[in-house]
Design a protein around this ligand. Structure first.
Ligand SMILES: [Zn+2]
Ligand SMILES: [Zn+2]
Length: 505
């Protein structure tokens, strides 16, 4: 149990001097009647108060609040055993008992208890209609058993969100979003979005017990700055049990199959929450970067699987993921890096060069130049050692298997909108002895450990590179049309929402 103290003013004269302490736990002491100095003083207050109310001398009173569940109120400390001078741990254990009594007495408890009203969010109402809709008064999500509620600070838009936005053009995404519907059930509108960072607001029932053995410095508590792995795994299938949770047989994605994070609040399982900074500390990883760690993780996973040290690499597609992969390949020791792109060429070429690509090739009018260049420079073998397909565009798949050398690797991250019409598997894969690998999400949780240590290390200057991929402006949820417009015109590569508007200037 955490007994960390932070200052919080209750409004009384003594508090104005900044003396009150609050316990960062489910229970927060919010008001004192007389004095605010310390725990023992808090008990002194209770004693004083008892004297003021002789009718209730058998009970001590403290003012407390259960976060998100009960309004501040006075409750009797009648569990016994609490005396002036008791330790903070003792106080908390008594408070905990009181809270349990209180919440049990309420009609709605635990997973179904009432929380803090409504929120703004973006919802996909109908898969057969383009766009999203803004809901201003959606009920806030309530953390169920083992879940955590997070106030969203910043949330980034990724390619999948664009596909969902333009769902009439992508049969694949329509099918995917209905994958887990019971047969005969119709699509139910969901809150979209799956890349975010935020502040833990509430721990659901059972979380505290789950976190019992977590070392203190890794404990995730209310007020901490976090992100989350939004792919949910069952934990019980053979894949989950063999270190492959990211390809669990019933993997679900928040924002695709369940409510996501283009919202002021989101709930996620406790085990999926990733700590970025204790006590809301965003200094190491600013929200602009915290919001897109999901995407950065895809690039880290892809490049790590490709094992690029000492190898030539072709990166097909210079969107945010292709560009992130470019600087990662360089950092991981690739010898020669080719980057291709068909749109928004000027800016993407500039960024690819800044991220140390050796060759940027415009494939908007076909890929003859790419083949020619690789034919010339990779003549020791018949192609590049590694191809990273990051674009999802159909011609790129043809290129990938033509430019990979015999015995090389093709790593596929881009998602083809439709099945490949013609694919020469004999020439492209079999006779060349090529290894093909698909990448889905991030490895749980080794990719997260790798990317956080990469970002926290100052050596690679990753933060400033990541910042270059993102739009300067933070968008409000209300501005979602503008945000998706600038993405579709290529005016920006990646945009971030500030759902409560606090990051918008
Ligand atoms: Zn994504
Ligand atoms: Zn599983």
């Amino acid at each position: 149990m955490a007994t960390k103290e932070t200052l919080r003013r209750c409004g009384s004269a003594e508090c104005e001097e900044g003396k009150q302490r609050e316990y960062r736990w489910v229970v927060v002491l919010t008001r004192c009647e007389v004095n605010c100095a310390s725990v023992t003083n808090t008990f002194a207050i209770q004693a004083k108060e008892n004297r003021k109310t002789p009718a209730q001398t058998s009970k001590r009173f403290i003012a407390l609040e259960v976060r998100g569940a009960i309004a501040p109120q006075k409750v009797p400390v009648n569990s016994g055993g609490v005396e002036k001078g008791n330790s903070p741990a003792k106080l908390l254990s008594v408070l905990k008992r009181i809270i349990m009594m209180q919440t049990e007495a309420l009609p709605n408890t635990g997973a179904t208890r009432e929380t803090n009203g409504t929120m703004k969010c973006l919802v996909k109402e109908d898969l057969n209609k383009e766009g999203f809709s803004l809901r201003e008064n959606q009920d806030q999500p309530k953390p169920g058993f083992g879940e955590v509620k997070i106030r969203v600070l910043a949330t980034a838009v990724c390619g999948t969100d664009k596909s969902i936005y333009n769902s009439t053009k992508s049969e694949g995404i329509r099918r995917e979003m209905q994958r887990y519907l019971p047969q005969g059930d119709n699509y139910r509108p969901i809150v979209v979005g799956h890349e975010f960072c935020g502040i833990v607001e509430e721990l659901g029932p059972g979380v505290e017990a789950m976190a019992n053995d977590v070392p203190k410095h890794l404990l995730i508590e209310a007020g901490d700055y976090v992100t989350a792995e939004m792919h949910l795994s069952c934990g019980h299938c053979a894949l989950c049990r063999t270190g492959n949770e990211h390809i669990c047989i019933s993997a679900k994605v928040k924002g695709v199959h369940q409510d996501g994070c283009f919202a002021q609040s989101v709930v996620v399982p406790y085990k999926n929450v990733i700590l970025l900074g204790k006590d809301g500390d965003t200094s190491q990883i600013p929200p602009r970067i915290g919001a897109m760690l999901d995407a950065f993780g895809n690039a880290v996973h892809t490049v790590a699987e490709a094992d690029v040290a000492g190898k030539s690499v072709a990166i097909l597609g210079a969107g945010p993921l292709g560009l992130m992969s470019t600087f990662l390949c360089r950092a991981f020791g690739a010898t020669r890096i080719y980057v291709t792109e068909a749109a928004d060429l000027e800016r993407r070429e500039k960024l690819a060069n800044e991220f140390h690509a050796d060759h940027f090739i415009d494939v908007s009018k076909g890929s003859a130049k790419l083949h020619e260049l690789i034919g010339k420079l990779e003549s020791n073998s018949n192609g590049v050692d590694v191809v990273l397909e990051m674009s999802g565009s159909l011609p790129a798949y043809q290129d990938a298997f033509k430019i990979v050398r015999n015995g090389g690797k093709v790593i596929l991250l881009g998602i083809a909108r439709e099945p490949l019409p013609q694919f020469d598997i004999a020439n492209g894969v079999i006779w060349k002895g090529v290894t093909v690998k698909g990448i889905f999400g991030r490895k749980m949780f080794s990719t997260w450990e790798t990317m956080l240590s990469l970002i926290r290390s100052d050596r690679l200057d990753l933060k400033s590179k990541l910042e270059k991929v993102v739009a300067q402006k933070f968008y409000k949820l209300e501005e979602y049309k503008e945000a998706f417009d600038v993405l579709s015109t290529g005016e920006e590569l990646k945009v971030i929402f500030s759902p409560d508007g606090s990051l918008c200037k």
